[in-house]
Write a protein that binds this ligand. Sequence first.
Ligand code: SF4
Length: 340
Amino acid sequence: MRPDGTPWPTVVDIDGNTWTRRPPSRLSPSAFNDWRSCQRGFAFDRIQRRPSEPGLPATIGVHVHRVLDLVMELPPQERTLDRALAIHEGLNTKLWEACRRLQAGEPAAEVVGDRDNRDEDIRHAVEVVVLRPGLRAWNDAVERGVRGYFAMASPEKVEVIATEQKFEQKWEVRDSGLIVPITGSADRLDRLPAEYGGGIRVIDYKNGKVISPKFDKGEHDDQILTYAAMVEEDTGELPTAGLLLYVSHQKPKHVEVTPERVADVKGRIGRAWADIHDKFEDDSYEPNPGPLCGWCPHIRECDAGQAEVRMRAARGTGRGGLREDAPARTLLPDLSLASV
Ligand code: SF4
């Protein structure tokens, strides 16, 4: 029910399922990123709240993050690759036992959770059960991320302030009277050595590839800048540096953190929040067709996305076309290569 007691509107999808539409109660850096990427996709995921299938790369990324969090919580001299791999093994044993229990219909909560986030750990185990990665492929992928971090960083030299720092804030957007409820969790906050100014540095681990400069619209930079804004809001101290670590690909990317860049991202988040609510009543969220439509789970219900993938499919499977493994080829049977 809405605050005035009237029901929220509903939509019926092409399979006859009914979904209630409710505006989000807060934004996170990843929600802002989804909004920037495609408003219509955002509406399917975060206004109609349709469940989405977990993706294996993201699930592997969660595990790599956990290993790196735990190793960076150790005293500096203990942050070694061997120790990290041992942490991975320990987490893995619990995770696969939790998966076994979930599949057998047994309670799994007591075997997971080195930290105070048991619900997240169970969700993670459920994703692994759904995705069924082979143990060897799983281990290879996790180890690639963990080894990649040690290949490009000197963790024993880092002064860690916090790992998985959670934020829950209300931002007042300057000159607009808008309040944006914002939430997020920064992977790591470091204190830089005095010779580098002694400020706070925001770290974000990425398990995927560096975005090619041709397609980079600054979304990963914006995540760092948003966390910087959150740190300033909580502590009064604006971080002075940001670092994206693409661990599996061993690529670091430095992000310039300045008051102007942070104010800019705050302004854009404020405008996004206003836009999300302004467009709610008439559901006028715009599609943003592009190469990612081939991977969008909502393609069956998006005319603009279908036009895009059909145009690409007509070009074949190479550059500018629709890749052979794009899920749209399964979701739209006439694009299946078997039907050609
Ligand atoms: S198919 Fe493309 S345009 Fe449509 S919702 Fe998905 S990403 Fe957006």
